[in-house]
Design a protein around this ligand. Structure first.
Ligand code: DP6
Length: 369
């Protein structure tokens, strides 16, 4: 449940020379059915499904004040962990300029973004998902304030998901907590290629206690970024097959989640992770992102599952690091396995302890509704 998204007090406050500040914390997510391949305007080739994480997140503040002179070009600064970051600034400039058509007020203000991740770079946690989602939430909050028009909660988050998608596809899913789908999916209503949809779970569902241990096999900069990887799908020989596979996986995954069929959930998630890497390896040019230790971990997880009978499984994003997904009630058995068997395959023994989370949080202005 998102706690506070509603800026009632600011909405009726007259705009002055004041600088207004909005801060959102948005989590990352890990996909069990992968978005891989897209067309123009950030529209996905296939539907996807992810778990929103609890701890791994980006906090972004947006300060804005009215510009003296209105110009066509956006005026903004971007600080990452306190420093101007030209690479982020360039990407943000491109995204913001593209957004002007949808958010014309953006050129009327001076904008300053300050952003921080609470997880290290290149750890297998999608930083674009959390950062673009935090950025989008700030922009949609700003939109409500400057237009003096409050929307209902569903419309607010749908709009944030739509805006986040323009920055990064996977970010569209990070505006919700729990389990989230994105894409026009015939059996999910509402669903769209333009925004993500929350997959509601009963309170008693075991999924509310899903855990994720992220095993850092390598923190080296990836050779192929996700964005470059999506582009490789445009002319991939297996493109049509991949779309059919993802759609079929998505249907089976949602059914399996609704029926608590953990064996099937794990089977599909692992197949998705390996399919993503198979697609990468058979792209031209190829992208071999797995490391020998990734494979050692996969083998160890399979062996442990066979021997222990626990409901745990792995997934991998477009990199070498592994997400080990399991349930909280099995934590006592999983932790010693991770510490004794898996961490020797991790870079400096590093792993991150995370779990399914409740979604973004508005940190300031702190207004509860
Ligand atoms: C493998 O969302 O990072 O993590 O839209 O170009 O920013 P852009 O790509 P991005 O791609 C994520 C790909 C993935 C799978 C997933 O999260 O669904």
């Amino acid at each position: 449940m998102q706690k506070s998204y509603f800026q009632k007090e600011l909405i009726n406050k007259p705009m002055s020379e004041d600088i207004i500040n909005i801060t959102w914390r948005a989590p990352s997510n890990i996909a069990l059915v992968k978005y891989w391949g897209k067309s123009a305007h950030q529209l996905p080739d296939n539907g996807s499904l992810s778990i929103t994480l609890e701890r791994s997140s980006t906090t972004t503040s947006l300060s804005f004040k009215k510009r003296q002179k209105v110009e066509k070009k956006i005026s903004f600064e971007y600080y990452f962990h306190g420093n101007r970051q030209l690479q982020f600034e360039k990407k943000t400039a491109q995204i913001l300029n593209d957004l002007v058509a949808k958010m014309p007020f953006l050129t009327d203000y001076e904008l300053v973004f300050r952003s921080e991740n609470n997880f290290p770079h290149s750890t297998g946690i999608a930083s674009s998902a959390s950062s673009m989602s935090a950025l989008a939430l700030c922009l949609v909050s700003m939109e409500e304030i400057v237009n003096k028009k409050k929307q209902n909660k569903d419309d607010f988050f749908r709009r944030a998901s739509f805006i986040a998608r323009m920055g990064s596809g996977s970010a569209s899913r990070s505006v919700y907590g729990g389990i989230v789908t994105w894409g026009n999916i015939p059996f999910i209503d509402p669903s769209s290629d333009e925004y993500a949809t929350l997959l509601s779970l009963p309170k008693e569902s075991r999924f509310n206690h899903l855990m994720d241990i992220i095993l850092i096999v390598s923190s080296e900069e990836k050779l192929v970024s996700s964005t470059a990887g999506h582009a490789l799908m445009t002319s991939h020989p297996y493109k049509e097959g991949r779309i059919a596979q993802a759609n079929s996986h998505l249907k089976k995954m949602v059914d399996a989640i609704r029926r608590d069929n953990y064996e099937l959930i794990g089977e599909i998630a692992e197949n998705e992770a390996l399919s993503l890497h198979a697609l990468l390896m058979t792209s031209s040019p190829d992208g071999l992102l797995l490391k020998p230790n990734t494979l050692h971990i996969i083998e160890a997880v399979k062996r442990f599952r066979r021997e222990s009978g626990l409901d745990l499984f792995f997934t991998i994003d477009a990199g070498p690091n592994i997400h080990l997904i399991y349930f909280e009630d099995q934590r006592k058995l999983v932790l010693p396995f991770v510490q004794n068997v898996l961490t020797p395959f991790c870079e400096d023994g590093q792993w991150i302890d995370d779990r399914i989370g409740n979604g973004p949080e508005l940190l300031s202005p702190q207004i509860e509704f």
